[in-house]
Structures are given as structure tokens and as C-alpha cells.
Design a protein around this ligand. Structure first.
Ligand code: B12
Length: 211
């Protein structure tokens, strides 16, 4: 991490610890506009920060509401970056990706960030968000003329449920490219083919694999 990014992270954490959502959001936007940090670097930093927040709660060092507060502030920052994402997006590459989490999976912030990485790479990224019923995902893929679908799972329970979800989507859309990811796949992907695995950092080089 460069000195500028380390210093920005300290400023950001200070604002969130002081329950200053506006200050945190302005600090993030200023850092991106000034070129101190790129949007993907900002998202990596925010994702790592939330893992730290979760660990503090698990260790009994912070309250549940503080985890919710931090998550909600991070979401505000990500949404506030939307105009900057649109400004910095590569020229359209003529590919559409639909992003969703399966039923009962409410962890969608990582997926939200991933949607912006696709936009920056020139894709049309259509984010459906969390808890999307199978039939609705199948309908959206058709209506939005998607080339690919990205599905995220956070817990192993949801990773297990994902199998049927993916199989049903593939039966309805045999030609669609499916990528899965999220924290449930962070350590290994036993039982899942390599070609379905995706790393956020690889998004800029994906277009050639689809279509
Ligand atoms: C925020 C949060 C929540 C929020 C989610 C808000 C939201 N809309 O996303 C809320 C409050 C809803 C929540 C609920 C729950 N949570 Co929670 N939550 C967290 C927390 C603090 C942070 C997660 C997060 O947003 N991380 C930041 C994002 C950006 O990271 P990410 O999702 O991993 O995404 C990164 C990559 O994985 C990747 N990525 C994501 N998706 C995809 C997809 C593809 C294809 C690719 C390539 C990459 C990719 O991109 C990101 C990096 O750029 C973690 C703590 C932790 N240690 O992680 C617990 C945590 C995940 N939660 C946990 C639990 C247990 C729950 C609950 C069951 C709690 C409860 N008893 O109700 C419920 C489950 C609700 C449900 N049915 O889904 C556990 C999971 C344990 C486990 N592994 O089984 C954790 C780890 C907390 C803990 N230490 O116990 N949670």
C-alpha cells in the first residue's frame, strides 16, 4: 500500500469511527478525484476494512450496530462513486453482464463493487442485487440480452444452494457464461470448474472469453 493510500485509509477509518458518514464519503471522493487512489483500489480497501470490522465484532470489541453503520457508510461511498465510474468507464465493448445473489443471500456489497469493475472495463453491468429468485434471474437474462451472469455467495450454506441455482439458470440459458465468486469461494472451489471462477482483478481482461 502506498503512503498516500495508507494515509487515506487512516482518514477514512477516523471518519467512520467518529460516525461521520459525510466526512468519510467526501474523503473518498476527494482521494479518487485527486488520483491518490483508483476506484478498484478504493473498493479493495473498503472490502478489507469491512472484514476488519466484522472481526472486531466477532472478537466482542464492537457492537452489531457499529458493523451495520460501517456497512451502510461503505455503501454510501460506493454509490457516491457512481458518477466517477461512469466518467472513467472504458468505451463500450458490446457485452452485458447481469449480477445477482441467490435467494436468502443478503451479502451483496461485494457484488455491487464488482458491477462497477465491469462498467469500468466497458461492459453494460446490470445489477439485480441480493436475494434474486431463480425465475426472475432467468427472465432478466433474456430481457437484458445478457452475455454473462455473475453470482455471488458469502457463506458455505449459500455456496451449496448455489449449485441448483446455477444449474437451473444454465438449463434455461445454455449459452450464457456463468461466473461465481464471493467469500464462500475465497479459500477453494472444490466441486466447481475453474472456468466459472473469477477474480475481481481479472475483470478488465474478460471480454475475450465471452460471446
Ligand atoms: C456486511 C455484513 C453483513 C450485512 C450484509 C449487507 C450487504 N447488503 O451486503 C448483513 C447485516 C445483511 C449481514 C447479514 C448476515 N451475516 Co454478515 N457480514 C457482513 C460483514 C461485516 C462484511 C461483509 C462484506 O460486505 N464484506 C465486504 C465485501 C466488499 O466483500 P465481499 O462480499 O467478500 O466481496 C469481495 C469479494 O468476495 C469479491 N466478490 C464478491 N462477490 C463476488 C462474485 C464474484 C463472481 C467475484 C469474482 C468476486 C466477488 O468482491 C469483493 C472484493 O472486491 C462480514 C464480516 C467479514 N468478516 O467478512 C459478515 C459475515 C459475512 N456475516 C456473517 C453472518 C453469519 C451473517 C448472518 C447469518 C448473521 C445473522 N445471524 O443474521 C446474516 C446472513 C444474512 C443472509 N441470509 O445472507 C458471517 C459469515 C460466516 C460464514 N462464512 O458462514 C460473517 C463472516 C461475520 C462473522 N465473522 O461471523 N452481514
Amino acid at each position: 500500500m502506498s503512503d498516500a493510500v495508507t494515509s487515506f485509509k487512516r482518514t477514512l477509518c477516523d471518519h467512520i469511527s467518529a460516525h461521520d458518514r459525510a466526512g468519510a464519503t467526501l474523503a473518498a471522493l476527494d482521494a479518487v478525484r485527486a488520483g491518490a487512489i483508483t476506484i478498484p483500489e478504493l473498493y479493495d480497501l473498503l472490502a478489507a476494512y469491512l472484514v476488519e470490522v466484522g472481526a472486531r465484532w466477532q472478537a466482542g470489541e464492537s457492537e452489531v450496530w457499529e458493523e451495520h453503520y460501517a456497512t451502510s457508510t461503505v455503501r454510501t461511498i460506493v454509490e457516491a462513486c457512481q458518477p466517477l465510474v461512469a466518467e472513467r468507464a472504458a468505451a463500450p465493448i458490446g457485452r452485458t453482464v447481469v449480477l445477482a445473489t441467490p435467494p436468502d443471500e443478503y451479502h451483496d456489497l461485494g457484488l455491487r463493487m464488482l458491477a462497477d469493475r465491469f462498467t469500468l472495463a466497458g461492459w453494460t453491468a446490470q445489477l439485480l442485487g441480493a436475494n434474486v429468485p431463480t425465475d426472475e434471474l432467468i427472465a432478466a437474462i433474456a430481457e437484458l440480452e445478457a452475455d454473462a451472469v455473475v453470482i455471488s455467495a458469502y457463506t458455505h450454506f449459500h455456496r451449496f444452494a448455489l449449485k441448483e441455482y446455477v444449474n437451473t439458470v444454465r438449463a434455461a440459458h445454455p449459452d450464457i457464461h456463468v461466473w461465481v465468486g464471493g467469500a464462500a469461494f475465497a479459500l477453494e472451489h472444490d466441486g466447481w470448474p475453474d472456468e466459472m471462477m473469477l477474480k475481481p482483478a481479472d475483470v478488465p481482461s474478460l471480454a475475450g472469453q465471452v460471446g
